[in-house]
Design a protein around this ligand. Structure first.
Ligand code: AP5
Length: 245
């Protein structure tokens, strides 16, 4: 049996509880650090994504890494996308949005996330909006095509973590080995010159328009946008980015 005052109190209590939870939810969305790293292949997105991720304690979400790991594990998805990756073309928007929706619902994304190399088409950017995928800041790293080709030819890659090195500009501590795990580094198949040229064509046709798309969203006050010159050392690029985080 409940006393006369117990019932209203419990109701008020549960109302407050719902209100508090809602408030908490809105506040935590506001506090979330959500970023997109845009830029051509080889501009240094992955390199900077690792630094930002360590600085802010938020996960890097790289569709390139996710797709490569699917290929390495020979999963159904991996078998479907292997040839596309090796040819330098883009995987379909539907596959990408499914990957992203699954990934951002994981618990480590609660305080934010950093998209590296996604979205990559206007279709993906619109699907982000339709799926209510939160993004607050867009960082666009630019670099000329000739420098990109030079960087790609010297890139060495740790496939399990997605860490990138460069034999001249960003060498590992021990030649050919990943700094953290000591595992061997590889040269990515899509880094061979002919495929790099194809990736650049795809970038200019399908990804570059996202720069104007997000600039216009910034002018409407929906997101903030910063453009960074990628033709600087890794530390210089990071220090510019850091002042914006
Ligand atoms: P992905 O893995 O995303 O490749 P990418 O965007 O082409 O970018 P990269 O990883 O090649 O370059 P990066 O900008 O990260 O440069 P990095 O830091 O390594 O995608 C691969 C493929 O997957 C795509 O082609 C597509 O098929 C598919 N895919 C992925 N996402 C997709 C999507 N959303 N939609 C559809 N398909 C998708 O640096 C490059 C090199 O330069 C390194 O050697 C590095 O050490 C060095 N370096 C970095 N910074 C500097 C610096 N400041 N100075 C000197 N050297 C530097």
């Amino acid at each position: 049996q409940k006393t006369a005052y117990e019932i209203p109190l419990r109701l008020v209590g549960s109302e407050m509880c719902i209100r508090d939870r809602l408030c908490c939810c809105i506040c935590s969305i506001r506090k979330m650090n959500t970023f997109i790293l845009l830029g051509p292949p080889g501009a240094g997105k992955g390199t900077q994504a690792d630094l930002i991720s360590a600085e802010l304690g938020i996960p890097k979400i790289s569709t390139g890494d996710m797709l490569r790991s699917a290929v390495a594990s020979k999963s159904d998805l991996g078998n479907r996308v292997e040839d596309i990756l090796n040819s330098g073309k883009l995987v379909s928007d539907d596959i990408i949005i499914e990957l992203i929706n699954d990934r951002i619902n994981q618990s480590d994304c609660k305080s934010g996330y950093l998209f590296d190399g996604v979205p990559r088409t206007l279709g993906q950017a619109n699907l982000f909006l339709q799926n209510d995928i939160k993004v607050k800041k867009v960082i666009d790293i630019s670099l000329d095509d000739e420098l990109i080709i030079k960087r790609m030819s010297g890139r060495r890659f740790h496939i399990a973590s997605g860490r990138s090195y460069h034999i001249e500009f960003n060498p590992p501590k021990a030649e050919g080995l990943d700094d953290d795990t000591g595992e061997p580094l590889i040269q990515r198949e899509d880094d061979f010159p002919e495929t790099v040229k194809k990736r650049l064509e795809v970038y200019h046709a399908q990804t570059k328009p996202l720069t104007d798309f997000y600039k216009s969203k910034a002018s409407e006050g929906i997101i903030s946008f910063i453009s960074i010159n990628g033709n600087q050392s890794v530390d210089e690029v990071f220090s510019e980015i850091k002042s914006y985080l």
